[in-house]
Ligand binder design. Structure first.
Ligand SMILES: Nc1ncnc2c1ncn2[C@@H]1O[C@H](COP(=O)(O)OP(=O)(O)OP(=O)(O)O)[C@@H](O)[C@H]1O
Ligand SMILES: [Mg+2]
Length: 254
């Protein structure tokens, strides 16, 4: 008897496995001790797959920024495991964390955090300086990133010569210039008007379509609705890990 593969079998495509890029396992972050102890994160479990476009919502003080800072390797948890691209980074030292951050992550904040004395181009070139890229390539790649966010004609402007939306786009260019796997943004549209908010969201959408995993904290339902998946925090815990835009409309999420 011969072992043959039936035609039907060979036509069934293998399901493409979703690969995990971020996995938080039993993450705790505790500030202070005794009477003043605050459990900013209280046993958080969360998995995000490569290519997802995800927003994080929840009341003020619920632990969103604390979680983002840990995901972004800007801070370490008090307990638990954080696997970033399958490496447990939870207790890495500062130097190793900085290295991972530079290689794999881009970060955008509400308050742009650009260096005022540098031009847009110089601000975007900075992360590559730390990554040891030569000066010609730094300039080329920074120009390319600024072009990608629609600022090819603003390379030599300093932050004070740019609008809020333009400054946030410079910050996005800086976050993507090292070609991160994950782009993290903590209330990136919090300081922007609605038109500029949409410009920033359009850029995030394009970056996500090009393959970058995007995770964004927002207080604005109309911003969260444009992402594929909404994670809801309350009291340092993830209380909903996979809401959709329509869930948000139906639920008085609490
Ligand atoms: N450095 C710190 N020291 C002590 N407590 C802190 C510190 N940072 C945050 N916390 C506390 O941890 C909890 C979570 O704070 P976090 O900043 O993560 O909330 P958030 O969800 O981002 O809130 P918001 O929507 O207002 O930005 C809060 O109770 C906060 O007061
Ligand atoms: Mg916050």
């Amino acid at each position: 008897m011969t072992n043959t593969i039936s035609i039907t079998d060979s036509l069934v495509p293998n399901p493409i496995p979703k690969s995990t890029i971020i996995r938080l396992e039993n993450i705790f972050k505790i500030y202070g001790s005794g009477e003043t102890e605050v459990k900013a994160l209280d046993d958080v479990n969360l998995t995000i797959h490569k290519g997802e476009y995800c927003s994080i919502m929840g009341p003020s003080g619920s632990g969103k920024s604390t979680a983002m800072n840990i995901i972004g390797c800007l801070d370490r948890p008090t307990g638990g495991h954080y696997y970033l691209d399958n490496i447990d980074v939870a207790q890495m030292d500062d130097k190793s964390l900085a290295h991972i951050r530079n290689k794999k992550l881009g970060f955008v904040f509400q308050q742009f955090h650009l260096l005022p004395q540098l031009t847009a181009l110089e601000n975007v070139m900075l992360p590559m300086l730390y990554a040891g890229v030569n000066s010609k390539e730094r300039s080329d790649r920074a120009t390319e990133a600024l072009t990608r966010v629609g600022l090819a004609n603003r390379l030599n402007n300093k932050p004070t010569q740019l609008s809020g939306g333009q400054q946030q786009r410079v910050a996005i260019a800086r976050a993507i210039v090292n070609r991160p796997v994950v782009l993290l943004a903590d209330e990136p549209t919090g300081a922007l008007d609605s038109r500029t908010t949409q410009e920033v969201l359009d850029i995030f959408g394009e970056l996500n379509t090009s393959g970058i995993t995007v995770v964004m904290v927002t207080h604005e339902p109309e911003v969260a609705r444009q992402t594929q998946r909404i994670v809801w925090f309350r009291d340092g815990q993830v209380v909903h890990s996979n809401l959709t835009a329509s869930d948000l409309s139906q639920l008085a999420v609490s």
